[in-house]
Design a protein around this ligand. Structure first.
Ligand code: CP
Ligand code: NVA
Length: 301
């Protein structure tokens, strides 16, 4: 049994196996109707709990569809509707859920909640996003890059914007998959210092994107950020918008990614999101395939 908590805590050989398995499972579906089961049914008779303490579209739907395609069943739970949201401890919740289900995916606020869930659950726990990290997203992003451009090893990835949870998982991935990662953003929104990842900082976005194989951004205000910080963040980040002029400084065949949901014409212009460099909807699709592979790995199935 394996938990999938963070990319830097997962061995590079396991990460590679997950990406390869995701690509193989995607190819094997080859035009099957969305609701049709996979030929292989590795999650047959398995029950998976999907807990959301924050909103979600992609994570919720891709996990739910993925489990069903692999022959399992899901229950989607809102944190607020559980006793978890009314004072029951995470440890007790983990112990109880482990008596009913075979695997738990949780999207939560504090990293500590995820870690406690994993400590006390006797079934695999998957990180569906915390304030600090979003590893499932980056597994889909690696799959997407390699699908379009081949091995990510040695390539240059530039993150423009907020040094947030999605960036942190990119920094973990840079270490494990051996690519170069450059952060460009204001010093006030630098990634947290304790981050056990690999990246360099270039304050000037134009210099940063020179020679980039991939340019990535994300919302300027994450779900855990106070709305009162919105205006200040926008003012600090405006110069880091990914627009046509910035993309033109990257490699001619550079890709553009955004985990979505996006605030169009804030962190990235619609012309970039819908333009020739963009692979944002392939990324969204690959959440499904990458997470199916993560779940198989967790269960050893
Ligand atoms: N990218 C992502 O995790 O999207 P959701 O918040 O819609 O799940
Ligand atoms: N950084 C964003 C990612 C959403 C998928 C957030 O945490 O809100």
């Amino acid at each position: 049994m394996n938990h999938f908590l963070d990319i830097h805590q997962t061995a590079p050989t396991d990460l590679r196996q997950i990406i390869d398995s995701a690509a193989a499972m995607k190819a094997a579906r080859n035009g099957r109707p969305r609701g049709a089961p996979d030929e292989e049914q590795p999650l047959k008779d398995q029950m998976v709990a999907l807990i959301f303490e924050k909103p979600s579209t992609r994570t919720r739907v891709s996990f739910d569809v993925g489990v069903r395609q692999m022959g399992g069943q899901t229950m989607v739970l809102s944190g607020a509707d559980m006793q978890l949201g009314h004072g029951e401890t995470i440890a007790d919740t983990a112990r109880v859920l482990s008596r009913y289900v075979d695997m738990i995916m949780i999207r939560t606020f504090e990293e500590q909640t995820l870690l406690e869930m994993a400590e006390y659950a006797s079934v695999p726990v998957i990180n569906g996003l915390t304030n600090r990290t979003h590893p499932c997203q980056i597994m889909a992003d690696i799959q997407t890059f390699e699908e379009h451009r081949g091995p990510i090893k040695g390539r240059k990835v530039v993150w423009s914007g907020d040094g947030n949870n999605v960036f942190a998982s990119f920094a973990h991935a840079a270490k494990q998959f051996d690519f170069e990662l450059v952060f460009t953003g204001p010093q006030t929104l630098d990634p947290e210092q304790a981050l056990d990842g690999l990246y360099s900082i270039e304050r000037d976005p134009q210099k940063a994107v020179e020679g980039a194989d991939l340019v990535v951004t994300d919302t300027w205000v994450s779900m855990h950020d106070p709305q009162s910080a919105r205006e200040r963040r926008h003012n600090q980040l405006r110069g880091y918008q990914v627009n046509d002029a910035l993309m033109a400084l990257a490699k001619p065949d550079a890709l553009f990614m955004h985990c979505l949901p996006a605030h169009r014409d804030d962190e990235a212009t619609s012309s970039v999101m819908d333009g020739p460099h963009s692979v944002i909807f392939d990324e969204a699709e690959n959440r499904l395939h990458a997470q199916k592979a993560v779940m198989r790995w967790c269960l050893g199935a």
